[in-house]
Design a protein around this ligand. Structure first.
Ligand code: C2E
Ligand code: CA
Ligand code: CA
Ligand code: CA
Length: 279
């Protein structure tokens, strides 16, 4: 099997070989990114559908590499998951997001919440609780200030472990939400066993509003399901006034998307909050 692997690499198409080299390059660059302070967070407002006020911010990681430029998390998060770097990167995200929320609290934004994305590997990391509690206490916050966004696809990998991990995090008092709701191809019956407080209605369904009947039905069902289960639901990727109107008519309570604000660097997010309060 070892030999087969070697000959497979030798017979790689030149383009694939290039790809392979790029991946190795990207991986070693990623290893240095934390030390070289190449990561930063952007924050995207999650706004009330009725008042337009910012209820929370979602922290979204960015990697600015001197030669590669801005690398999308869609590229480097899977890589970091595969090579074990995600623990360190995730801990940096959690600490930085908590520090920022504490600063906003100090500036008078009393009820603001912070949402942080967790990948599958992070969820199963035995140090996760320590990292979370350390950052929360270290910045004078309480667990309920933080919402963890986790995609339902984690359930496919290891349902039993996932449920146990969700329960452990919930017991600590953290808020949990299901990211990209509706795209995970898993059974809805998991809702009976996962202690979540919110869904994030996937952008693909929001995008289809006003275009296809199926998207409308899926949005309507998801919103109704959230209402019936007494959960929050946040519509992702709201880009147009028409989409916001559809969602409002369906009873969606929280919006997030370019229509309201793009992900903002810390200074711009701070400015956004200050203006909102003044206005
Ligand atoms: P996600 O959690 O589903 O995040 C939403 C993505 O949609 C973000 O992309 C955001 O910038 C983008 N977005 C927001 N509003 C709109 C809109 O109105 N229209 C469109 N077209 N896009 C919108 P981003 O920042 O590139 O992040 C991509 C994914 O990378 C995230 O998807 C999340 O899964 C992952 N990610 C980002 N930051 C972190 C992190 O700190 N940790 C982990 N584990 N994953 C992260
Ligand atoms: Ca998310
Ligand atoms: Ca999402
Ligand atoms: Ca997504």
């Amino acid at each position: 099997a070892k030999n087969a692997g070697v000959s497979q690499i030798r017979s790689f198409h030149p383009a694939l070989k290039e790809n392979f080299r790029q991946r190795i390059g990207l991986e070693s660059a990623l290893r240095e990114a934390l030390d070289r302070k190449q990561f930063f967070l952007c924050y995207q407002p999650q706004v009330s559908a009725s008042t337009g006020r910012t209820l929370g911010m979602e922290a979204l990681i960015r990697w600015q590499h001197p030669e590669l430029g801005l690398v999308s998390p869609l590229h480097f998060i899977p890589l970091a998951e595969a090579n074990g770097l995600i623990g360190h990167i995730g801990a940096w995200v959690i600490d930085t997001a908590c520090a920022q929320l504490a600063a906003w609290r100090q500036a008078g934004h009393a009820d603001l919440r912070m949402a942080v994305n967790l990948s599958a590997t992070q969820l199963l990391d035995p140090y996760l609780e320590d990292t979370l509690l350390g950052a929360i206490a270290g910045h004078g916050l309480v667990p309920a200030d933080l919402e963890l966004e986790i995609t339902e696809s984690v359930l496919i990998q290891d349902p039993e472990q996932t449920v146990a991990r969700f329960n452990a995090l919930r017991q600590l008092g953290l808020r949990l939400s299901i990211d990209d709701f509706g795209t995970g191809y898993s059974s809805l019956s998991y809702l009976r066993v996962l202690p979540v407080q919110a869904f994030k209605l996937d952008r693909s369904f929001v995008e289809g509003l006003g275009k296809d009947e199926t998207s409308l039905e899926i949005c309507a069902s998801a919103i109704r399901l959230a209402q019936n289960l007494n959960l929050d639901i946040i519509a992702e990727g709201v880009e147009t006034q028409a989409q916001a109107e559809w969602l409002r008519a369906l009873g969606c309570p929280i919006f997030q998307g370019y229509l309201f604000a793009r992900p903002l660097v810390a200074e711009a997010a701070t400015e956004h909050l200050a203006q909102e309060r003044a206005g």
